[in-house]
Write a protein that binds this ligand. Structure first.
Ligand SMILES: *[C@@H]1O[C@H](CO)[C@@H](O)[C@H](O)[C@H]1NC(C)=O
Ligand SMILES: *[C@@H]1O[C@H](CO)[C@@H](O)[C@H](O)[C@H]1NC(C)=O
Ligand SMILES: *[C@@H]1O[C@H](CO)[C@@H](O)[C@H](O)[C@H]1NC(C)=O
Length: 386
């Protein structure tokens, strides 16, 4: 203690000595500088007065202007600035900031520009996209009608070449675990990032094991002409449905409103906004839908059933095979990919579309292992039309 005090005192003394040492030399220097400064001022005002008399104030100011210009916007603000999607998907916003920004909605319904509505394809993945070549072929020739977003584990470094449709399409991600609220957080994060592009009108959630079952034109037409959004939502009276309801969720959620469904949704912009802006149901599900309640199977179907029941088709358009039993649907390998198998996915379905029966019920299918890429690539032109 003693020694630090002493050294501090010493330091102070030193500073005082130093300052007094300078004190004598200073006034003289300052005086010299002042004279030079006053001289310059005088010359400058004489020159100014002379120039303003001869050329007029406006011209002199105009001549001086270019040197100031970089301080101001070069062009006036145009509409472009508000409607252009962000050029880079990476940003430094927190979820709270991002969701707030994404929830901003124009109050005038008619767009004052030619808006071409796009489908946002949102990939919720662990890391790589092994079926990317199939998707590349699917998207080819349709730029302007879709945008892509990828949420992967934050540790994963994507290495798509700049020519790929997946290049630079990663959004800031966080660890997401199946069955936990963090998976819903990841889905909301994908939606919020996609909402930042005003032209995205429909939002499709996919995984790395999904494939498209039709060509782009058919899928675009099917989704954009649908009166309803495709969210799997059904009332399951059993232990894995209503059995997972917790009375503490009332009054926000009643047991009669409790719904179940796989999370692979396809929704319009209005429903995407409802999901991103939700602060009412989120805390209830985060607190009271925990194992053995799988929150990703209940949160969106229930919350949308309460808030927008008339906009839901209550069915998913992603085909999956539960026939093998167990807690997970079947994953197919290369040996499964035969022509009868593909026909089985595409044929003999009936379901309502815009309140009329149709045979096209599924636009996507899962779960396909990386080994299926080659046989699928070979069969896609014949069966999927791309
Ligand atoms: C998509 O598939 C349909 C039906 O198979 C076909 O009529 C259409 O020409 C295809 N579109 C493109 C762009 O290939
Ligand atoms: C979907 O279910 C809700 C109630 O859960 C219902 O109001 C709505 O009409 C259903 N949608 C269709 C297309 O039948
Ligand atoms: C579809 O149904 C028809 C008539 O019932 C049947 O002949 C055909 O084999 C079925 N296709 C598949 C792939 O199951």
């Amino acid at each position: 203690m003693q020694s630090t005090v002493v050294s501090m005192e010493n330091g102070k003394d030193f500073a005082v000595v130093n300052r007094t040492g300078q004190n004598r030399a200073l006034p003289h220097r300052m005086l010299q500088l002042l004279v030079v400064f006053l001289g310059l001022c005088f010359i400058f005002s004489v020159v100014s007065v002379y120039m303003i008399r001869h050329y007029g104030a406006d011209n002199v100011l105009a001549a001086a202007k270019p040197s100031f210009q970089p301080c101001f916007e070069k062009e006036p603000i145009s509409l472009e600035r508000w409607i252009k999607p962000p050029s880079k998907l990476l940003h430094s916003m927190s979820d709270e900031e991002l969701f707030w920004r994404a929830s901003l909605v124009p109050q005038i319904k008619k767009y004052p520009f030619n808006r071409v509505p796009k489908i946002a394809f949102m990939f919720l993945t662990k890391g790589p996209l092994p079926l990317a070549p199939l998707w590349e072929r699917f998207f080819k020739g349709h730029s302007g009608l879709y945008s892509i977003y990828i949420h992967s584990l934050p540790s994963y470094q994507a290495d798509f070449p700049p020519t790929s449709v997946f290049y630079g399409r990663q959004v800031p991600s966080q660890v997401a675990e199946w069955g936990r609220m963090s998976i819903c957080d990841a889905e909301r994060r994908l939606l919020a990032n996609a909402l930042l592009d005003l032209n995205n009108e429909w939002f499709v959630l996919l995984s790395e094991s999904c494939i498209p079952l039709y060509n782009f034109s058919i899928i675009y037409h099917y989704i954009t002409k649908s009166k309803y959004s495709f969210v799997g939502a059904f009332d399951d009276p059993g232990p894995f449905g209503r059995g997972r309801y917790n009375e503490n969720m009332a009054p926000e959620v009643q047991i009669s409103q409790w719904r179940k469904g796989a999370q692979w949704f396809q929704i319009n912009r209005k429903l995407a906004l409802i999901i991103v802006a939700d602060t009412k149901f989120y805390p209830k599900f985060a607190e009271f839908c925990r194992s053995p309640c799988y929150v990703d199977e209940h949160y969106f179907p229930t919350m949308l059933t309460i808030q927008a029941p008339n906009q839901l088709a209550n069915r998913s358009i992603t085909w999956v095979d539960w026939s093998r039993g167990g807690a997970h649907p079947a994953t197919f390998g290369s040996a499964d990919i035969t022509e009868p198998f593909i026909r089985g996915i595409l044929e003999n379905h009936t379901c309502p579309y815009n309140d009329q029966p149709t045979s096209i019920c599924y636009l996507f299918a899962r779960k396909f292992a990386p080994s299926t890429l080659q046989p699928l690539f070979f069969l896609a032109p014949k069966y999927f039309g791309y």
